[in-house]
Design a protein around this ligand. Structure first.
Ligand code: UGA
Length: 458
């Protein structure tokens, strides 16, 4: 089936047979891939397909981004990505020229972002402009990686009758995106019966990676993506509430999660409590699903609670600090980690944004350190004093809050750090540090939902 999409592409349009001059990639052996939108998803998708031996033509409208990527300079941080791009430079072409992509590849992976609008619904304007860039009689295959509301594919399909449409949502996690791409749990491929050939061609690309291929209809594929993210977010809010109860009743949420997770029906994943989920996906997708339901006349009650619990969770640390320090006015609080999770510099919807604003609202002086996100954080957190190292952030502080579980925070000489702090108090927002070790180092240590573990040495 994949031969339909192999080089040269089906010659229905002259644009597809007249290969553009100036492309560095000559006749390839594997199916050429077009990637439209070279943000984080697009870049990982482009790099991984190139790694699998496909020639990839990746297009973005932002000229500076294309220029720096063509020089091998990345604008985002994702482990292993820069090396992968360098390794596959000869198979990867970055361009602003949509015609070049249309002429070279028939499978077009759409990876533009769909951020929330003021109404909270997904903003589909970038998806629409991709569609508008295609000739009305295009017979390309639009493979939608961007997260879109269920029903979007059907609408696009109606507008472009000659083109095939396949929904292939992405399930990559920031920080482990390459591993996730190359070892998928499952690949979801949704299309109408009319586009079965196109769906099969997409499935064929992913088959060598293993992982179940879920062939389904377009709207179900779109729903699988939203429902997966909303469910994972629900698990996090659930375990956060359990942690809050553990704080009250003296149980250890780590033990509770372990005991729950051993039940095969529950499983161990996404039961880590903390100071709330963030990032560009969970907050946006939970809300988008809630609104999608609402716009269709259904009130998705559970998701309201998932969102509310998450918002409150980001603030709970403030009351934990107040219990130890009394008024926070003039108190110096060090934030360790600012990114929404480790191994990324992504600050979107990071808990650190809400937490630092709340702390400053209470009159605290906030200092912070993050191994990679500081440059981005500087503009987002203008009143927060950034320090070059964790130790410098801890110096003279009245308390530290571990916000992001970067491995290097486990390597800190905590006894040495405690000696430089005004008050050796650490609130571990991710239950990441060893409570006994912290206590042994002379610190007052408190986690989330484990009151009996290493607390109260003051
Ligand atoms: C998430 C999904 O996990 C991916 O499958 C999906 O492809 C992606 O969204 C997307 O839609 O693009 P990501 O946002 O990169 O991936 O990050 P996660 O690792 O899922 O973490 C999200 C947030 O939940 C982080 O703030 C993390 O600290 C928090 N989290 C995660 C918890 O608080 N507890 C957990 O047990 C797990």
């Amino acid at each position: 089936m994949s031969r339909c999409w192999a080089w040269p592409v089906r010659a229905r349009h002259s644009r597809q047979t007249e290969l553009k001059a100036g492309s560095k990639i000559e006749k390839p052996e594997k199916t050429p891939i077009g990637v439209i939108g070279v943000g984080w998803v697009g870049l990982v998708t482009a790099a991984c397909f190139a790694e699998l031996g496909h020639p990839v033509f990746a297009r973005d409208v932002v000229e500076e981004k294309v220029a720096s990527l063509s020089r091998g300079e990345l604008t985002i941080y994702e482990p292993g990505l820069a090396e992968m791009i360098e390794r596959n430079a000869e198979r990867l072409e970055f361009t602003t020229d949509i015609e070049l992509v249309l002429g070279r590849a028939q499978l077009l992976f759409v990876c533009v972002d769909t951020p929330p609008t003021y109404s909270g619904d997904a903003d589909l304007s970038r998806v629409r402009s991709v569609v508008a860039d295609l000739p009305a009689d295009s017979d390309h295959v639009l493979v939608m990686k961007s997260t879109v509301p269920a029903g979007t594919g059907e609408t696009i399909r109606r507008d472009l009758p000659d083109m095939a449409y396949v929904s292939c949502p992405e399930f990559l996690k920031e920080g482990t995106a390459i591993e996730d791409f190359l070892n998928p749990d499952r690949v979801v491929v949704g299309a109408t019966a009319e586009d079965a050939d196109a769906a099969e061609a997409v499935a064929e690309l992913y088959r060598p990676l293993g992982g179940e291929i879920v062939m389904t209809d377009t709207s179900s594929a779109e729903m699988i993506k939203l429902a997966s993210n909303a469910y994972l977010a629900t698990r996090i809010s659930f375990i956060n509430e359990i942690a809050n109860v553990c704080d009250e009743v003296g149980a250890d949420v780590g033990e509770v999660a372990r005991g729950m997770g051993l039940d095969e029906r529950i499983g161990p994943h996404f039961l880590r409590p903390g100071i709330g989920f963030g990032g560009s996906c969970f907050p946006k997708d939970v809300n988008a699903l809630k609104l999608l339901a609402g716009n269709s006349g259904y009130h998705f009650q559970l998701l309201n609670s998932v969102i509310e619990v998450n918002e409150l969770q980001k603030r709970r640390v403030v009351s934990k600090l107040s219990r130890h320090l009394g008024s926070l006015v003039g108190k110096r609080v060090a934030l360790l980690g600012l990114a929404f999770k480790p191994e990324t510099d992504d600050m979107r919807e990071a808990s650190s944004l809400v937490l630092s604003a709340r702390l400053r609202g209470e009159g605290a002086d906030v200092v912070a350190f993050d191994p990679v996100a500081m440059e981005k954080a500087r503009t987002l957190l203008p009143g927060v004093e950034m320090k070059d190292t964790a130790l410098k952030a801890l110096e003279n502080s009245d308390a530290a809050v571990l916000v992001t579980e970067w491995p290097e925070f486990r390597e800190i000489d905590w006894a040495g750090a405690a000696a430089t702090m005004r008050r050796p108090l650490v609130i571990d927002g991710r239950n990441y540090l060893d409570a006994d070790q912290m206590r042994g180092a002379g610190l007052t240590y408190e986690g989330i939902g484990r009151p009996g573990v290493g607390t109260e040495t003051e």
